[in-house]
Design a protein around this ligand. Sequence first.
Ligand code: GTP
Length: 182
Amino acid sequence: MSTKKEVRILLVGDSGVGKTSLILALVSEEFPEEVPAKAEEITIPADVTPERVPTHIVDFSYQEQDQEALTDEVKKASVVCIVYAVDDEDSIEKITSNWLPFLRETLGEEHRVPVILVGNKTDLLDFSTMETMMPIMNDFAEVETCVECSAKTLKNISELFYYAQKAVLHPTAPVYNAEEKE
Ligand code: GTP
């Protein structure tokens, strides 16, 4: 049984990957043609979430916020979604060169805040980036899962937020941690 009383989902990732669009697509169930730089914090009441736990969804945008605000949000998050755009190689490269190391710097090398890798804009590509994500999942134990989605076609949008909720409430413990078993 989990004792978590609420879930706080933070979306980070390079500018333009579609963080705000994903949040607004979830809420309105349609692709928002025009989005603000940053979505207001959204609270989903317990009774309409799959796991019956109040869930906050938090956007981040460097257009409106700075590094200090990002650090604060990361410390408050119960799960972090690192969003990339499947058609933007730079945003993929930044997962391992920037975002995952930044989370470790902020939360500690051995932190247990689950991370979900979110590949948005699948409507723009006809192949999957999952193969690129697998080695990252192997190298970073905090990565709970990865999911490809599209704010435009609404593919996997509700699933993404369900996986995030589930990662907090039912974390999968590492089966075997070689470094701890000296
Ligand atoms: P910052 O606020 O700068 O961090 O950007 P963001 O990550 O919040 O991205 P935003 O939601 O503002 O989207 C950036 C652009 O990508 C917009 O023009 C969106 O319409 C577009 N976009 C977002 N999601 C999708 C998608 O699934 N498919 C396509 N084709 N375009 C998308």
